[in-house]
Design a protein around this ligand. Structure first.
Ligand code: ATP
Ligand code: MG
Length: 416
């Protein structure tokens, strides 16, 4: 038996209609905010992520699915969407001469992580990016967009956590402060954090280990190092959130795993997920475009974990709308009626009514059992064939009526 690779899973019909509801809702929310959908490749040149996400990040160092293709080029299955969206905007000149672009997409991402609840190697994200706008109102729009999505999905007990990670002017100063601070606490840091100390000290703030966390709590506050521009930007973002009535918590330890972030970083946490508690994360990335060779295009965006959102919705008993059901089941009483039954099914479908019939030669009894989930059953047997009629059974009421074949579609249309 060949099984699916570790960290991947099959999304079967029992779950896939819930996913469809989430994506449909996302699509409506994106439309209502003026974001347009794009479709991107799931693999890109490795360089895009190495340069865009950052060489010293966990994603690039440990988590990417990278291989040489048959032409000897290094290819990577996308671990996240933002770098690809920016590549797309640069390549298609979407942000030339001050133009901005509001884009969204959804699909699978790939990271070689240790699989656990809410953490998979192939997982799905809904992603929105606002490119070409440097001001803080765009940050507020993005946070507001993600919260509106969760509001419409009915998610409860969410917490918005925000921070500013500064910019290329003020971060080096802060970085040095962190190196000095953590160097004095080397003995309490884990292996990974010791390794991060010189290369990416900001990531120590994000360490989930208890000992490192305690040290990180005492680390210098980035807020004290922000340059006037970053400080003002952050104040504006906070004021914007307050105007819209969104509560948030400030966390100096929120740095996010990707190097391209500048200024605003945020996460939306759910109390229902245990250790994997982030349902969405995002922020501003004004240096991403130049890191991948595309000049100066500021951007802000977020990615929401579809797998985790579905998990939380299930646990919180949120509604996924109506489960899909076929309206009419057409059943044949005898062998000779099967052809007429398929024709009637076809006519109903053409009229926009969902309909099914048996194609496996099953008995009338089994057909009627399957009809149990439908609103109506249309039954054809010998006598119906003889007088050109259909027996229409109301599966809710149990009542039955004889209707002329030519009238059957209209009869059902009037009642569903
Ligand atoms: P975490 O801290 O949980 O590892 P992250 O910071 O690596 O998350 P992002 O890169 O910000 O995650 O991705 C945005 C969202 O995608 C996360 O908030 C989460 O909901 C989801 N996500 C990230 N990695 C995974 C994964 N391996 N499996 C399922 N969902 C994931
Ligand atoms: Mg991660």
């Amino acid at each position: 038996m060949i099984s699916a690779p570790r960290g991947t899973r099959d999304i079967l019909p029992a779950e896939s209609w819930q996913w469809a509801f989430i994506v449909r809702t996302a699509s409506q929310v994106m439309d209502s905010f003026g974001f347009r959908e794009i479709h991107l490749p799931v693999f890109e040149h490795t360089e895009l992520f190495a340069r865009g996400v950052g060489e010293t990040t966990d994603i690039v160092e440990k988590e990417m699915y990278t291989f040489n293709d048959r032409g000897g080029r290094s290819i990577t299955l996308r671990p996240e969407a933002t770098a690809g969206v920016m590549r797309c905007a640069i390549e298609n000149n979407l942000c030339v001469q001050g133009a901005s672009a509001k884009l969204w997409n959804w699909g699978p991402m790939f990271r070689h992580e240790r699989p656990q609840k809410g953490r998979y190697r192939q997982f799905y994200q809904i992603d929105a990016e606002c490119l070409g706008i440097a001001g803080p109102m765009a940050d507020v729009e993005i946070i507001s967009l993600s919260l509106e999505l969760f509001r419409r999905l009915g998610l409860k007990n969410l917490e918005v956590v925000i921070n500013s990670v500064g910019c290329e002017k003020c971060r080096p100063v802060y970085r040095q402060k962190l190196i000095d601070y953590f160097s004095a606490h080397k003995e309490s840091l884990c292996e990974t954090c010791l390794d991060r100390l010189e290369r990416n000290p900001l990531r120590i703030l994000d360490c989930k280990k208890e000992e490192c966390g305690k040290i990180a709590d005492g680390a210098p506050d980035i807020f004290d190092s922000l340059c006037p521009e970053c400080r003002e930007h952050f104040a504006q973002v906070r004021a914007g959130l307050e105007r819209l009535g969104f509560p948030y918590r400030l966390s100096k330890r929120l740095v996010r795993g990707l190097d391209y972030y500048t200024k605003t970083a945020y996460e939306i946490l759910s109390g229902n997920l245990g250790a994997q508690n982030a349902v969405a994360g995002g922020g501003r990335y004004d240096n991403l475009a130049s890191a991948i060779g595309g000049g100066k295009i500021p951007g802000v965006g977020f990615a929401c974990g579809l797998d985790r959102v579905a998990l939380v919705m299930e646990e919180q008993g949120c509604s996924f709308g109506e489960a899909p059901a076929v309206q009419v089941y057409c059943a044949a009483l005898d062998e000779a009626s099967r052809g007429d039954v398929q024709v009637l099914t076809h006519e109903l479908r053409k009229a926009g009514i969902s309909a099914e019939c048996d194609t496996a030669g099953r008995s009338f009894k089994v057909q009627m059992r399957n009809a149990g989930n439908c609103r109506f059953a249309c039954i054809i047997g010998e006598s119906e064939r003889e007088n050109g009629s259909v027996a229409v059974k109301d599966m809710k009421e149990g009542s039955q009526e004889s209707v002329a074949v030519s009238e059957a579609v209209r009869y059902i249309q009037d009642r569903v």
